[in-house]
Design a protein around this ligand. Structure first.
Ligand SMILES: [Zn+2]
Ligand SMILES: [Zn+2]
Length: 286
């Protein structure tokens, strides 16, 4: 169990992040859930142990979509630990298609985007994301006084996504690729077009613009995630966001915090305190 989380706080701990695999631990007092289970079961369990969590302590696994970097561990993990899994109907079709052995069907829960559900101490709202598979979604988590959003694997930020995640205390947002690195890089042309398309991934520039707008709308804490190994670098993504924030006179560690999720190892947890949001609200420049 994660320590130091008081009632209504939310903590976001990316376990690993990127096209090689994604898993994010989202915790509040009494409830912990995993968003996505990429890589393999062993890697997920190892990463959970690093942050002092046993798989059996999880209340649920929420899946964003059926690409292998998000469900690679799910088949074995579900059979081994019997944790309830939540996904949209279309994502379930994709999950079942790659399952090697069936698991207890009572663990399967279908969610609908736009409909809030209760998961332990969390309320959870799934929202549609434009990506090249059907039924893909992101998630916003609520306690009575705090909220956090996870939004990755999307070609662009739709109005609906922006309105849904706006006002979250903390957001993990995709910063997948730098446009110049992608288009000057080694990928074949059709793949470049797919990544840069409306149903591909979010580029650093679009991410940076969104971070600035979200900060102006009250979000104080950002994690950049799902960085491409070939078409991005942490420093490049960070620099792009910092530049966009400077243009809006938003100052790091005064108006907002920014961190980059590690590709292979757990990232320092981001604790969103239900009590001391005021620290960051004193000097907002809008
Ligand atoms: Zn992905
Ligand atoms: Zn994907």
């Amino acid at each position: 169990m994660r320590e130091g989380i008081r009632p209504h706080d939310i903590e976001i701990t990316p376990l690993f992040s990127g096209s090689s695999g994604n898993a994010i631990l989202v915790s509040t007092s009494g409830t912990m859930v995993l968003v996505d289970a990429g890589m393999n079961c062993k890697k997920v369990v190892e990463a959970l142990h690093i942050v002092h969590v046993e798989p059996s302590e999880l209340s649920a696994v929420l899946i964003t979509h059926d690409h292998s970097d998000h469900i690679g561990a799910l088949d074995v993990f579900t059979r081994k630990f019997g944790i309830p899994v939540y996904a949209t109907a279309q994502t379930w079709e994709g999950i079942h298609a790659v399952e090697r052995k069936p698991h207890n069907a009572e663990l399967d829960h279908e969610i609908e985007t736009g409909v809030r559900i209760t998961l332990g101490q969390f309320e959870v709202l799934a929202f549609d994301t434009p990506h090249d598979t059907t039924g893909s979604c992101g998630y916003r988590f609520f306690t009575s006084s705090c909220s956090a959003s996870i939004a990755t694997d999307m070609g662009y930020i739709t109005d609906d996504i922006f309105q849904t995640i706006k006002g979250s205390d903390g957001i993990l947002l995709e910063a997948n690729y730098d446009k110049d690195m992608l288009w000057n890089g080694e990928y074949p042309y059709p793949l470049k077009k797919r990544i840069d398309g409306q149903f591909g991934h979010l580029c650093n520039d679009d991410c940076a613009h969104a971070v600035a707008e979200l900060c102006k709308n009250g979000t104080r804490h950002f994690i950049l995630g799902h960085l491409s190994k070939e078409n991005n670098m942490p420093q490049v993504a960070e620099r792009t966001v910092l530049r966009a924030m400077q243009e809006e006179n938003l100052v790091r560690d005064r108006d907002y915090t920014l961190r980059i999720a590690n590709r292979y190892t757990p990232t320092a947890p981001l604790l969103l305190s239900a009590e001391n949001k005021e620290i960051y609200l004193q000097e907002i420049v809008v």
